[in-house]
Each structure stands twice: as structure tokens, then as C-alpha cells.
Design a protein around this ligand. Sequence first.
Ligand code: 8YV
Length: 332
Amino acid sequence: QTKSWRIVAVRRLSEAQLEALSEVAEVDYFEDVDESNRADFMAALSRAHGLIGGKLELNEAMLAEAPALQVVSTISVGYDHLPLKALNQRRILLCNTPDVLTETTADTAFMLIMATQRRLVELSNLVRDGGWRTHIGPEYFGIDVHGKTLGIVGAGRIGAAIARRGALGFGMPILYTAASSKPALEQQLGAKRRELNDLLAEADIVCLSVPYNSDTHHLIDADALARMKTTAALINIARGKVVDEPALIEALHSGGIRAAGLDVFVEEPLPPDSPLAAMDNVVTTPHIGSATHETREAMAQLAVDNLLGTLIGSGPLTAVNEHVWRRADAIE
Ligand code: 8YV
């Protein structure tokens, strides 16, 4: 029996998930897309009704070559890498994977907070490299986490989860920025809403958890960094381009701020010759905000459920642009 749906899948799907897709559709699976198989990928995309995967590369020119496409299901909460406007114009549904990665990404933020305040990587390297010869004096001391003021830039789902950890686990006063006030955070955690400039000036640890878009491009620029305390740390688990990276490097070099914990960068993978990779006061991780076995599995499963729900079920679970979408059979 020939299956009427065609799906292109890229990266991060388990065998069981690919099997579930194969039960209802012809599936073209690509472990990766690069120059060696781009033509095959485009040929598959030109016939596809659905596209699913992590780190999807899709631009307007590619969309023009995908006339049958009805749904794009990304295995990520962020969708700044996808052409939302063009998808909207074509009434192609875009689904993402919120909620299932919230707690893991908040854990990542806290890992970077702890590592940055207590100089975990630097001191672990000291032990590994045989540098622990005598008692540890003040030159190796860190800075407390508990009780410090935590500034959350972007108190959405992930920001709120970071705030909960800070307030409930570490007794941290919480400041946050958000488009509207968050009564739950204020009542449960005593969090206080601030304008960005005030938050930057008051916080001991500034944590970025905003989506990347034209409003948040270089939100943290040289001016913003200059407003921060010289003792403060900047944590970024959002997107590299929320920060003006050369300005950050300068601030870290000159003592404008004390330290940074970074999971995301303007260019990923981070070029090994980036100053950020070599600074003692910077902790870097390779964009692993959601990268645990449990969470990546849950993200992929939600993406599968979104795709199948859209093509054959009662609709997607978590769509970005549900308003532009009508079932294909209702369009013609
Ligand atoms: C993704 C992320 O794995 O969900 C997001 O937005 O940043 C990560 O969880 C990454 O974007 C690659 O797809």
C-alpha cells in the first residue's frame, strides 16, 4: 500500500520515533545535511508534506522548492533559525518544543551560575594539572551564590524556572524583566520586576533567557555591560546574538564585569581561537541547554506528536503560528 504522506526527518530522532513516522508516511531520514547530500535533501524536501528535526536549515529559497510542505516541526523551543514570515505567508504550520526542556535548561543555567561563581573549571584544571601544591588561598576563592541578587532577563518559562531555583534553593532575591508583570513569581518568590537598566545595575548575576529576535539583538551591548557591577557575572543560555560578543570580551578583559558563563555564541561551534575559549573568568559549554538523554528524547517525541497530529490527527500540540494554519483538506 502506498502511503500518501512524505516526511523529511533530520537528526535527533530515535529508531522508534522514525518507525512511528514510517507507519503513516514515506520517510527520508538524514543523519546530517551537508554539501555531500544537500542535493538529495532538496530532492526529498521538494516532495515533502512534513519536515522534522533538530537544527533545521530552511530559508525562503528552499521553501520555494517545497510546494507540498504543510508543517515544519523543529526539535527546539527556539525558532529564530527558521523563516517564520515566509512560513506564515505559505500557511505552513511551525511547531516547536516548549515546556519539555524548561527544567533541564534552567538546570544548565544554574550549572553555569555555580561554575562561574565558584570557578569550577579553573580549579578543576588546577587539580588536574598538578597545580594544587599547598593550601588554597584567597587567589582561588570564589564568590557566594546563595543570597546574591539574581537578575533574570526574560522571565518566560525558562526564566521562571531559573528564578524558582534561585529563590527557593539559594535564597536569592530575584529581579526580572518581562513585557508584563508575573504575579506568580512576585507572590511565590518575592520577585520584583525592573526595567532592564535597573536590573543590570542591581543584579550580582545577570541571566539571559529571552528568545532571539530583532528586539533582543545585542540587548546586552557595551552600554548594558557598563551598567553591570564590576563584580557581576553574565550567564547566557539564550542565543549568542543577544549579546554583542566583542563588547563582552572587552568587558571581561578590562574588568568591566567579573565573569561569564556561556552556553551559546554568535558562531557555533565556537571557533577554538575565540578569546572566550581561553579566558579563566569564562565558563563555556557547547550549547547543551537541553542536552540530556531524557529531555532530548521528550523534545523529539513532542516534535513527532506535533507532526503526526498535524498531518493525521486532531492538530498540533505546540504550534508557534496555529493562527495561520488550516487543515490542508479545508484549504482546497
Ligand atoms: C536546541 C535550543 O537543541 O531548543 C532550543 O531552542 O537552543 C536547543 O534546545 C538547539 O536550538 C538546536 O536545535
